[in-house]
Design a protein around this ligand. Sequence first.
Ligand code: ADP
Length: 170
Amino acid sequence: MNEVNLGLRIAVYPGSFDPVTKGHMDIIQRAAKQFDRLVVAISNNTSKNPLFTVEERKTLLEQTTRHLPNVEIDTFQDLLVNYTIQKQAHVVVRGIRSVTDFEYEMQMASTNHKLNSEVETIFMMTNPKYSYLSSSVVKEIAHYQGEVADLVPDEVNEMLKLKYLERNRK
Ligand code: ADP
């Protein structure tokens, strides 16, 4: 979407979402309440060797955010600050789980500030329930057929099962 911004407060929540977890969902739901529109932007970063294709990740996010009318799911390959401005947004939302996240996020936010000081990064603290939760943890458990139903939305749980069945058959 690239229409004229009629004073709407738009934020971008970027990430790999490989796949979306309940930790991401918690940030999405809380951020959606703070802005008129929230764009969840899946980075098409080929260097990360993802489990799910960008299209699969987009479909899963569309399914799991169906109930949130002001949330849009998109993909991007551009520099984040350029993409954010292109979406008529001036805020980037990131989640923080730990001190390790903080150090990495601070470096990213400072770099983005240097590239374009119009773009503000805001941080939301994790819901303590999900402070240990990451897409990598979920993939590790699912890979060994462990139970991830409490960690991801139902649609993701189903897709993970299919994905690993498919992989183990090869
Ligand atoms: P990236 O590869 O860009 O870090 P992720 O999909 O891993 O993408 O994460 C996207 C954002 O969501 C990051 O800001 C990350 O810190 C945040 N995040 C991931 N898991 C959680 C969680 N359990 N609680 C809060 N924030 C989270």
